[in-house]
Design a protein around this ligand. Structure first.
Ligand SMILES: O=C(CO)[C@@H](O)[C@H](O)COP(=O)(O)O
Ligand SMILES: [Fe+2]
Length: 226
């Protein structure tokens, strides 16, 4: 398998110790990106970090930031996260009135542009927009909280997106987020995901870096079956 197609593991700091985030980032230094869940208590019923926090996390993180915005009015707020240095900014389709213009504004600011879909949102309307995006995030839980159960019924949607990406020849990453563990990562990899967010599976493990390596190996062995 080539390096470019190696599965990416992005631990979510939602399950980390919020009082010791710099230390918690140091525990996942072998991961590909750190996944930062921004929640506004409006788009989802939970509140986490804002832009100032993301800027500071970026300064101390050994790996790049993969920001997942679970906020309303993404058109207004998302570009600011690219401006403070997030390597990747993913906004929710349900929170944007003009996803293409927003994705272009993110890219202009030097970030990878991602679009996220809640479990109830159809992927079909977004497949013709693939050239505008660097990543599609198929949520495998309802956004808002860590530690929920993986929704296997999202796999047909993931497969549909994977087929469209393959047909396009574009290098659009397919990310899954929610309930990813050693028990579920193979199912998602087989359905075509190549970028995996794991919060509780990594941070509740005794040795996060060993868990990252095990998740990466499990995804790689199942990806061959796709
Ligand atoms: O975006 C979210 C939740 O809305 C996630 O990024 C969670 O943080 C994933 O946590 P686990 O399901 O892996 O515990
Ligand atoms: Fe997330």
């Amino acid at each position: 398998m080539s390096t470019s197609s190696a599965p990416r593991i992005n631990p979510s700091i939602l399950t980390a110790d919020f009082a010791n985030l710099e230390r918690e980032l140091g525990r996942i230094a072998t991961a590909d990106f750190v996944h930062v869940d921004v929640m506004d208590n409006h788009f989802v019923p939970n509140l986490t970090f804002g832009k100032t926090m993301v800027e500071r996390l970026n300064e101390v993180s050994p790996i790049p930031l993969d920001v997942h915005l679970m906020i309303s009015d993404a058109d207004h707020w998302a570009p600011g996260y690219a401006e403070v240095g997030a390597a990747s900014v993913t906004f929710h389709a349900e929170a944007s009135t003009d996803p293409v213009t927003l994705a272009r504004r993110l890219r202009q600011r030097g970030a990878r542009a991602g679009i996220a879909l809640k479990p109830g949102t159809d992927v079909e309307p977004y497949l013709e927009l693939l050239p505008e995006f660097d990543q599609i995030l198929i949520m495998t839980v309802e956004p808002g909280f860590g530690g929920q159960s993986f929704m296997t019924d999202m796999m047909p949607k993931l497969r549909r997106a994977a087929d469209a990406v393959a047909a396009s020849g574009l290098d659009v990453w397919l990310q899954v987020d929610g309930g990813i563990s050693l028990d579920t990562i193979g199912t998602a990899a087989e359905a075509g995901a190549n970028t995996f967010v794991a919060g509780s599976a990594v941070y509740n493990a005794g040795e996060p870096e060993a868990q990252i390596a095990a998740l990466r190996a499990a995804a790689a062995s199942s990806a061959h079956k796709h």
